[in-house]
Design a protein around this ligand. Structure first.
Ligand code: TRP
Length: 349
């Protein structure tokens, strides 16, 4: 029975023919780093020519686990905007700040009635967070942030969501909410597809954990030449290879992983790997070449960042235009949602 209904919905979805739109976002908890670049920014750069691209600075989500850091939200949001534009995301994309779109809160409120408390707690990411934070001390807002994330995506009827792997449970929950809504009320939402980048998680310079600002193992897109040098020089290598004349395995040394991802000179990378396997190159040389490669990659990004830093009005204008546009789209969706849910009062009011 369910299958048949799903089939019907799929058919009506096809008929609705949603135009290709991306919605994705980041929490403004700090500057973006190489992990963001390789995990999602590169993907967004590729997709922005083919999709109407909406990118959200998810400031309300900072209240989930960084409530006490509320004072830095604004400056972090500005840094993230600078990161976006300096890596080459086009000014013509729609860049929005979550808290400035009140329509999102309204949609979240409606969606809250479509999700059981059990389902919320079954979300793998939330489940892990419940373990870390103790459920009785978790705010209601924290527990239901995946529902608010579903609203972020569905308010704009996004068809695709480029994200890191850790976000997949949230996209799955978004798809479920869209299907439930479409089945119960009216099929007005697309069922969005996630798109995961080529390298979903990048290991940090400590060689142990995922690159992250809070673990102090990140190379930021805005790092200076000198900072890149210091960080690469202290990068973790293979601790079992105690002398440069011992044959090594590049796969066991994260410096080579970085070379493969960030060094455009593929011949150089192959040559270094070859010498490493034969015990004919030391870590210092491998690192020095990586410093050059990363700095070469970051140089145009630094230049663009400087351009935008000197012209803050550009960012203000982009944000204002984007938020206006997004709110209009959101208001249109909400009219349909209220109508579908039977709370559109027409000429009674
Ligand atoms: N949860 C995402 C993160 O922590 C940020 C985010 C908020 C998001 N809303 C979104 C991502 C909507 C994709 C789509 O990185």
């Amino acid at each position: 029975m369910l299958d048949r209904m799903e089939g019907e919905i799929m058919k009506s979805q096809e008929k609705l023919n949603f135009s290709p739109r991306i919605l994705t976002g980041d929490r403004p908890t700090g500057k973006l780093h190489l992990g963001h670049y390789i995990g999602t920014l590169k993907e967004r750069l590729k997709l922005q020519d083919d999709y109407d691209t909406m990118i959200m600075i998810a400031d309300l989500q900072v209240f989930t686990d960084h409530l006490k850091d509320y004072r830095s939200i604004k400056s972090n949001a500005k840094e993230v905007m600078l990161d976006y534009l300096s890596v080459g995301l086009k000014e013509s994309n729609t860049f929005i700040i979550q808290s400035q779109i009140p329509e999102l809160s309204e949609l979240t409120n409606y969606f809250n009635f479509l999700v059981t408390t059990a389902r919320v707690q079954r979300n793998p990411t939330v489940k892990q967070e419940i373990k870390m934070y103790d459920v009785s001390k978790m705010s209601v807002g924290f527990m239901i942030y995946p529902i608010s994330q579903a609203a972020d995506i569905l308010l704009f009827k996004a068809t695709c969501v480029p994200v890191g792997e850790d976000q997949l449970p949230h996209i799955e929950q978004t798809r479920e909410i869209a299907k439930t809504f479409n089945r119960m009320f009216n099929p007005i939402f697309p069922i969005p597809e996630p798109i995961v980048g080529e390298c979903p998680t990048l290991i940090g310079i400590d060689g142990k954990q995922k690159m992250s600002k809070s673990l102090d193992n990140a190379i930021f897109l805005s790092d200076s030449q000198e900072e890149v040098k210091l960080k690469v020089m202290k990068m973790y290598t293979d601790p079992t290879r105690i002398r440069p004349d011992i044959p090594g395995d590049p796969d066991k040394n994260p410096v080579f992983l970085y070379h493969r991802l960030f060094n455009n000179n593929k011949e150089e990378v192959l040559e270094l790997e070859e010498r490493y396997r034969k015990g004919k190159v030391g870590d210092v040389e491998v690192k020095k070449r990586l410093i050059i490669a990363i700095n070469q990659m970051l140089e145009p990004i630094r230049e663009k960042r400087k351009y935008y830093e000197e012209r803050p009005n550009i960012i203000t204008n982009i944000l204002n235009d984007s938020i206006n546009r997004a709110r209009k789209i959101g208001q249109k969706t909400l009219l349909e949602v209220r109508e579908a849910m039977g709370i559109s009062y027409g000429n009674l009011l």
